[in-house]
Design a protein around this ligand. Sequence first.
Ligand SMILES: *Cc1c(COP(=O)(O)O)cnc(C)c1O
Length: 393
Amino acid sequence: MSQFTKAVHAGDRKKPGPHVPSTTPIYTATSYFYDSVETLDKIFAHEMEGQSYARYENPTNAALEELAATLENGAGALACSSGMAALQAAITVALLDRPKSIVAASDMYGATLNLLTKIFDPMGVAIRFVNICDLAAIEKAIVDSKAGALVMETVSNPVLRVGAIDKISEIARNTNTAVIVDNTFSSPLLVRPIELGASFSVHSATKYLAGHGDVLGGLIIADEDHIEPLRAYSRIAGPLMGPFEAYLTMRGIKTFPLRMERQCQNATRVACWLATHPRVDKVFFTGDPRHPDAEVIARLFPKNLHGAIVSFEIKDAQKQDVFRFMDSLKMLVCGTSLGDVHSMALYPLISSHRDLPPKQRARMGIQDNLVRLSIGIEAIDDIIADIDQALNA
Ligand SMILES: *Cc1c(COP(=O)(O)O)cnc(C)c1O
């Protein structure tokens, strides 16, 4: 079944009965009672399906989780309070019965780097960073450090490198290393990491999945081996999304493939146009045939959908020139997010990668004149006109 069809139907209309709501309501109750205590006893014992307490089960979350697992062909999913809470939960569960050692892509979302270096490292987990596009280096790092988990992003942030999830998962399988992929940038319409051998696919649902800039949320999709440990962890630690957010995320996902398709088409147009602009130095885009990872992208991504993030360098621009460009934008929203219906511009130097030492930023290819655009669903001519006038301001 197509992703477009799954997005509209999966998870909803579950309960057979005389009245079945066509979409899943928001369940706010924190506890449930039954005709007999014996029934509740069976639910607590996992002998019977059912709700008992909101940290264990919530029907609104369960509907969203079924939807997410269906979209990525996972064994199940967990809805979390944020993308970062989801990453923290996935990494914790992966390491429960494995060596406390992580191999991670050096080029990742700023908060994810901080999660590894400021939370897991001080707790005694060894962290080793690698170039996620260098398979030989990854294999060596995994073997040398006896890695319990490998953490990577489908598309890195903000210079858009693409690691070979399929090949990396193959390497990791031999060493029982759990592969955790942050799939936020590509979404299940483009890439489904579990199908490629990953153990966990993690999303900031705040971005493309919810899509409207009004929900903070995260989703973990797990494979067969990890879904039960993940649920057991969640019942204890409770990193959960609230039912209101679960409802909004589910509402958003119904139109997500349509939005994403349009955003990808718009992004291709913006990237091609920027490449010819006299005020632009370098354009980063996963649909660029000269992209350094073009071969991996051709293997993992659909033919005409490459993502909707476009980064570019403004020619000879200093910090104040980038500020002027951003202040001159009239329609694009300058904000620290991505994936929304509205187009957005972000300056990594002052936001997502602000906390990193300048040397590390430079090593990641993040120059002081780099701007990241998240392309929305607006008419392409309006998006280009706004960027054009701001570049010429
Ligand atoms: C936004 C983002 C996160 C963090 O998600 P939150 O919902 O803000 O906690 C993690 N990874 C990537 C790639 C992101 O873009």
